[in-house]
Structures are given as structure tokens and as C-alpha cells.
Design a protein around this ligand. Structure first.
Ligand code: ATP
Length: 446
């Protein structure tokens, strides 16, 4: 029997004579890959792909070669393209699962792994399956030992940076009703707990804000912390999700503990639907564990949340598990609409403060920017300033911003809120239990 090196040498020899032979080159690349020689395999796959650009098997080989060399973003680009085709090889889903796990998205990794097995039950990879916690049956998605082991780390380890925001409510344009609700529901109870107790009002619970993107949910949460000189921890899905089973729950617990140690503190969950998705939508028990952990933390089962203000934001409130809406949890659900004309004037005024301006008619610009979110308005101003700077470079003289400049900027920015309403409208019409989304209907004048 020939040694691997001899095999490779004879394949290379054969290719010298027929460099156009794609199956032969692919065979060489596969052989190199099976020997762990990712870089050489990559080279051969590239040459094969140049001659046969549509081959899914060669693309998958190239992606695998990238993965061998830890060039994971290159691998991801190819795999994401491959799986668009429902007939792609089962192994493409396995590689995708591996890459997702590496990126910390264990939940999607499990889904991809299962899709691969549905396509071809022999496509499985024992080592990957065990890292994903996929056992013999659906109930064994979580390996007990792993979950317990994950809890053994240091609870006091800080996961997030604590910000001390300088922005206050005055820096948030419009949103008066929301500011008032936040004052009543979470700021006053924090500042005067004895008054609330005297009237038998329970303190606690958080606020869930929802609405189209870029309309100031995060900005308002940050300003809430600034308003009362509290710390601010912004939690995104990547701060919580971990490829190791049980670690996501631990991360969540640590974030709550960090907020409790640093009270008063605003703990803000952005895109909370990703962490608190409806349990009926969940296929894996690991995702359900995370939700139960989140509910326990909100309830203060293990430790009191006194002094911790909990705010969350989502663009898709309909995906949040209803259990989160019970008293003491996110029991206030507030709609954050796109800013109306007076709010837009307020936002523009705040954003233009300190900038060189001629006699700008801010109210007129506000009137002309219907459906613009706060983030869209920011884009308008950024663009206007860029244009002014470009002119100043030419003339050498910085000219003040005019109404016309702002309107030119606005004409170049597409308002982004309309798209959200086309989805929201359907939920508000057909899935509006308890009138949760009445505010959307009111906004749409329906
Ligand atoms: P997403 O849903 O995409 O997370 P969001 O609703 O949390 O969006 P923000 O991130 O708070 O929106 O807003 C984006 C930017 O737009 C902010 O950083 C801020 O500069 C500006 N902005 C939005 N609304 C306001 C407002 N009411 N007052 C002042 N600035 C605002």
C-alpha cells in the first residue's frame, strides 16, 4: 500500500498531464484535506472551482479547508451561500453548525445540525453533536453534567462594562409620555421606596419598550440611567449566548449580579426577543432553560433586584414569551412610535446644538421629515455636515448650516420606519390579545 505522500505525489503527477481534469483535482484536494493539509487543499479547491464554479461539493470542500485554517469568516460566506439551495449537501449544514457554534450561536447551530441529520442520517458528527449537547432523544438536548459544570465558575466575574451615561432626559427629544411612565414606574419607587410601601404599592418590575428601529429606545434607557446618576449595563444577545450549554444561563445570572452589586443600576436588554423568545417557538430545551433562568432573575428568586432598574427593548414584541409580561416582570409594555413633528424638532434641535448654523427653520425641516426615526434624523445631520465639510475643503471657509442644506440631506435619506409598520399592523390586527398593540392601531389611525 502506498503512503499518503506517495498518493499525493502520484495525483499531482497525473494532474501535470491533465490539468483540466476537475474530478482528479478535487480528489487531490479531498485527500489533502483528509490529511489535515488545509492550506494545500485550499489551493487545489480554488483551481478546481475556477474550472467548475457551480460545483457545490467543491465549494463545500473549499469552505472546509478554510475552516481547517481557522479562516472562519471566509468559510461562513461560502456556506451561507450553499445552504440557500435546499438541495445542498447535508455536510454543508454540519459545517454551518460548526461555524455557528464557534460564533457563539449554539441555538442555530443545533438547528443546522438537526437539518443535516434530517437530510442524511449518516451525516452526523459525534464530536460536534456532543459539543452541541445533542443526545439520543430530544429530551436529552442538555447534558446534565455540562450544565452543572458551567455553574461552577466565579459568580462575581464582571461580564459587561458599567457605563455612567452623561445623557439625561433633556437630551431625548419628544417621548414625554414615556419619560413620565419611566419616572412613575421605576425612578420614583427607587428614590422614595417608603412612600410606595405606605400606599401598599409593590416596587419592582421592568418596562419593555417596543417599536420601529432607531426611534430612541436605547437612547432613552441610557438617559434613564443618566437622569438618576445610575450605572448602565447594556446587554445584547452576544453578551449572554455562549456555545457551552449552561453557560448562557450563567452569563445572564452574572449580569444581574453585576447590576445588583452596582446599584442603582439600569440593566438594559436590547433586542430582548432574542433572549426571551416564546417558548412555544423553541425547539431546544437549552433555549427553554435560558428563558426560565431569565424569569427567575426578573423575579429575584435568588437575590433581590432592589435598586436595579430593568428596561428592555424589542422590535418584535410578538415574539416575546407571554410569561415575561406577568406582574413584577415586564409588566409595562410601552410603544415607542416614530417621533411626531414637535418631537422631530426637539431631536433636531438637540442634535444641532453647538453646530454652526445660519437662521435654520427647524420646524420646517421637522415638517418635511415625516416617518423619519431619530436615527434617520441623525443620518440627515451627519450627511449635511459631511457635505458642508466637503464644501469647506474646497473654499477653505466653513459656512454655517442652512435650512436648505438640511432639506438636501433629508432628501437623500430614506425614512426607515414604514417597513416595520407593515409587519406590526398584522400583529396588531390579528394577534392583539388583551389590546397589547392598541397603540399601534391608534398610531395607524385604524
Ligand atoms: P433599535 O431598535 O435599532 O435598537 P432604538 O430604538 O434603540 O433602535 P436608538 O439606538 O436609541 O434607537 O437610536 C439611534 C440613535 O438615534 C441614537 O443614538 C440617537 O442618536 C438618535 N435618537 C433616536 N431617538 C432620539 C431622540 N428621541 N432624541 C435624540 N436622539 C435620538
Amino acid at each position: 500500500m502506498s503512503s499518503p505522500d506517495e498518493t499525493i505525489n502520484s495525483l499531482r503527477d497525473a494532474l501535470q498531464h491533465s490539468p483540466e481534469n476537475v474530478p482528479l483535482r478535487q480528489h487531490l484536494a479531498d485527500t489533502l484535506l483528509s490529511l489535515g493539509r488545509g492550506q494545500e487543499a485550499e489551493k487545489e479547491y480554488r483551481l478546481a472551482l475556477a474550472r467548475s464554479p457551480e460545483s457545490a461539493a467543491i465549494k463545500l470542500g473549499l469552505a472546509t479547508a478554510f475552516n481547517y485554517q481557522q479562516k472562519n469568516s471566509e468559510a461562513l460566506v461560502i456556506v451561507e451561500d450553499l445552504i440557500k439551495d435546499s438541495n445542498c449537501p447535508a455536510k454543508a449544514h454540519i459545517l454551518y453548525a460548526r461555524l455557528l457554534l464557534k460564533a457563539g450561536d449554539a441555538e442555530r447551530a443545533v438547528r443546522q445540525y438537526k437539518r443535516a441529520i434530517e437530510k442524511d442520517e449518516n451525516a452526523g458528527d459525534m464530536e460536534l453533536a456532543s459539543r452541541l449537547g445533542i443526545g439520543g432523544s430530544a429530551d436529552r438536548d442538555v447534558v446534565d453534567g455540562k450544565v452543572r459544570a458551567a455553574w461552577e465558575g466565579d459568580e462575581n466575574e464582571s461580564l459587561a462594562e458599567i457605563e455612567r451615561p452623561a445623557v439625561r432626559f433633556k437630551d431625548v427629544g419628544g417621548m414625554e409620555a414615556l419619560k413620565e411612565e419611566i419616572r412613575l414606574k421605576i425612578i420614583h419607587p427607587l428614590e422614595h421606596p417608603e412612600l410606595y410601601k405606605a400606599y401598599g404599592k409593590t416596587v419592582g418590575g421592568g418596562i419593555l419598550m417596543y417599536g420601529p428601529p432607531g426611534c430612541g429606545k436605547t437612547h432613552l434607557a441610557r438617559a434613564t440611567a443618566g437622569e438618576i446618576n445610575a450605572g448602565f449595563i447594556a446587554v445584547g444577545i452576544n453578551d449572554v449566548m455562549d456555545m457551552w450549554l449552561g453557560n448562557s444561563e450563567k452569563n445572564l445570572h452574572r449580569l444581574f449580579e453585576q447590576a445588583r452589586r452596582n446599584k442603582p443600576c439600569v440593566l438594559f436588554f436590547d433586542e430582548v426577543d432574542a433572549l426571551a423568545a416564546s417558548r412555544t417557538d423553541m425547539r431546544t430545551s437549552s433555549a427553554r432553560h435560558l428563558i426560565n433562568q431569565f424569569l427567575n432573575e426578573l423575579d429575584g428568586v435568588q437575590a433581590s433586584n432592589e435598586g436595579v432598574l430593568i428596561l428592555a427593548a424589542t422590535n418584535a414584541p410578538w415574539h416575546v414569551d407571554p410569561a415575561f409580561r406577568r406582574p413584577g416582570r415586564f409588566d409595562r409594555i410601552l410603544f415607542v412610535p416614530p417621533p411626531d413633528a414637535p418631537a422631530r424638532s426637539g431631536i433636531l434641535r438637540i442634535m444641532l446644538t453647538g453646530k454652526p448654523m445660519a437662521d435654520v427653520d427647524i420646524d420646517h425641516v421637522a415638517k418635511k421629515t415625516g416617518d423619519f426615526s431619530g436615527a434617520d434624523l441623525k443620518a440627515v445631520i451627519d450627511l449635511t455636515i459631511e457635505n458642508k465639510l466637503r464644501d469647506a475643503m474646497k473654499t477653505g471657509v466653513p459656512a454655517p448650516i442652512t435650512t436648505k442644506d438640511l432639506l438636501t440631506g433629508a432628501a437623500a435619506v430614506r425614512p426607515s420606519t414604514k417597513e416595520w409598520f407593515s409587519t406590526a399592523r398584522n400583529y396588531a390586527l390579528y394577534s392583539n390579545q388583551g389590546g397589547t398593540y392598541d397603540d399601534i392601531l391608534k398610531y395607524l389611525k385604524m
